[in-house]
Design a protein around this ligand. Structure first.
Ligand SMILES: Cc1cc2nc3c(=O)[nH]c(=O)nc-3n(C[C@H](O)[C@H](O)[C@H](O)COP(=O)(O)OP(=O)(O)OC[C@H]3O[C@@H](n4cnc5c(N)ncnc54)[C@H](O)[C@@H]3O)c2cc1C
Length: 454
């Protein structure tokens, strides 16, 4: 294995986190020759598979590995190739295909087809001249510039980590990992993957009446508007179908986080009989079996629920030792203007795992990728690239049949006094109408074109 010269079994296990996780099991296996087989250095076959080189063609130029084929990774892979056609770009994702989270709220209530949301990584890779590898990334060795995956090891010249978010159930008092799993599967938040969405759609369509609980996390969560949008689209569904249902919207924030006028008016004017909005509801525990959520002051029983907890940068960052321990959302420890890990200009973190407080949106990730691709191409050539702001664009369906939506566009500026980023040039349309509804579909279509086909 030429790519693994000088590479030890111990180093792999350390870098991939397997040493801590499975040392006793591995030790036990290692002393039983029949279990360990004839693997290299006594490594059991199951692990030996991870140590081989991934099945990829030899790089033809500087290899850039992009981890995560969400909005950020797909955009990064495309714009890296556009910035420097000689880059050998490999996009890695654990999933086999892409399902859009934006526009999923209208899909939950039958306004959009699944076809519209789903796209093939193969098309994106072929149309933009990079390689796609379906694999789960297990860990990094930044010293040796290697990524460990369940499909083998990949060497890199540059690495972009765009793994998105994980839920942080501990922040709503659910600490036991087994309880977290149970909660995630019974009452999924619907902000990470397609299985969650399928479950939520079934829940909505089978709901016959009673209290349907929704939650809004605190902190800098993914897509500030989407939990309020979900309350509106679900209320619209219950209203159109004449169901005796109430949506209890427990918001961990003191008030509606974004487009407050638009959402507050929708709650009262359109859905006064359907949505009960309770701000400042800091959730302290969840009783999955008892179908009860508790705050410091009250307990709320529900018939069904979608529980969206606070979020954190993907755990991969923490396992790779590049998480900023001071950030509440456990994001990466990166340079706020150039996106590289502090002290390592070969590794970049983009998308919803980023450290900057930009709105966690697909559009933000796409526009940011155009800039970061330029930064990486510039680094390879020793050329500086001036910072420019990403753009956020967010559409929220308020009503269905026909779909009517509101929207927000914003840029960011760096406030030298506060030493932080702030909104800049913001434009909000908080009166819902059909033009907004059609614009939201056109917006998503444009970005799918950009990431997959053009
Ligand atoms: C209901 C809803 C509505 C939204 N509406 C809007 C909107 O109107 N406008 C907007 O701009 N944004 C919107 N968003 C937000 C948008 O979906 C996210 O901001 C966007 O997905 C972030 O992109 P990302 O690439 O950082 O993360 P993701 O899209 O989550 O992609 C991360 C990828 O990394 C992969 N991955 C993670 N770990 C590993 C690993 N170990 N190995 C391999 N692969 C891995 C995952 O499989 C995933 O494909 C909405 C989100 C939701 C849920």
């Amino acid at each position: 294995m030429s790519d693994q010269a000088g590479f030890s079994r111990r180093r792999f296990l350390q870098a991939s986190g397997l040493l801590a996780a499975s040392a006793p099991a591995l030790a036990a296996e290692s002393v039983r020759p029949e279990a360990s087989g004839k693997g290299e250095g006594g490594v059991p076959p199951a692990f030996a598979r991870l140590l081989r080189k991934a099945d990829l063609p030899a790089p033809r130029g500087a290899r850039v590995v992009v981890v995560g084929a969400g909005w950020s990774g797909l955009s990064m892979a495309k714009y890296l190739k556009l910035q420097n056609p000689d880059f050998d770009v490999v996009l890695v994702d654990r999933q086999a295909s892409f399902t859009s989270l934006p526009l999923s709220n209208p899909w939950l209530v039958g306004e959009i087809s699944m076809d519209f949301l789903c796209h093939s990584f193969f098309d994106a890779a072929r149309n933009h001249g990079y390689l796609f590898l379906q694999a789960t990334v297990l860990g990094l060795d930044r010293e040796a510039r290697r990524v460990f995956t369940d499909a083998g090891v990949i060497g890199y010249d540059y690495l972009v980590l765009a793994p998105g978010i994980d839920y942080d159930y501990e922040r709503i008092g659910v600490e036991d990992p087994v309880e977290q799993q149970l909660l995630a599967q019974r009452y999924p938040g619907g902000f990470v993957n397609a299985s969650e969405l399928l479950t939520i759609r079934r829940k909505i369509q089978q709901f016959r009446g009673g209290t349907f609980l929704l939650t809004v996390p605190d902190g800098d969560y993914r897509c500030s508007a989407a939990p309020y949008e979900r309350a509106c689209t679900m209320a619209a569904w219950f209203k159109h179908n004449g169901l005796p249902a109430k949506i209890l919207l427990l918001d961990m924030n003191n008030e509606i986080k974004i487009m407050k006028d638009g959402f507050a008016r929708a709650f009262s004017e359109l859905y006064g009989d359907y949505i009960e909005y309770l701000p400042s509801s800091l959730i302290s525990s969840v009783d999955v079996a008892g179908r009860t959520v508790s705050t410091e002051f009250d307990d709320y029983r529900f018939d069904d629920a979608v529980i969206y907890p606070p979020i954190r940068g993907a755990r991969m960052l923490e396992e790779a030792g590049i998480m900023n321990p001071h950030s509440p959302e456990k994001t990466a420890n990166t340079d706020p203007f150039r996106y590289h890990v502090i002290g390592d200009e070969r590794v970049y973190v983009t998308g919803d795992s980023r450290s900057q407080p930009f709105s966690r949106g697909g559009h933000t990730a796409n526009s940011e990728a155009r800039y970061v691709a330029e930064v990486i191409a510039g680094h390879a050539l020793g050329r500086e690239v001036a910072w420019r702001s990403p753009q956020t664009m967010c559409f929220s369906a308020i009503d269905i049949r026909p779909m009517r939506a509101i929207s927000l566009i914003t840029f960011y500026r760096y406030d030298e006094v506060k030493k932080d980023f702030a909104f800049d040039r913001t434009h909000a349309v908080e009166q819902w109408d059909e033009v907004g509804g059609r614009a939201s579909v056109a917006w998503a279509e444009g970005l799918f074109q950009d990431m997959f086909y053009e």
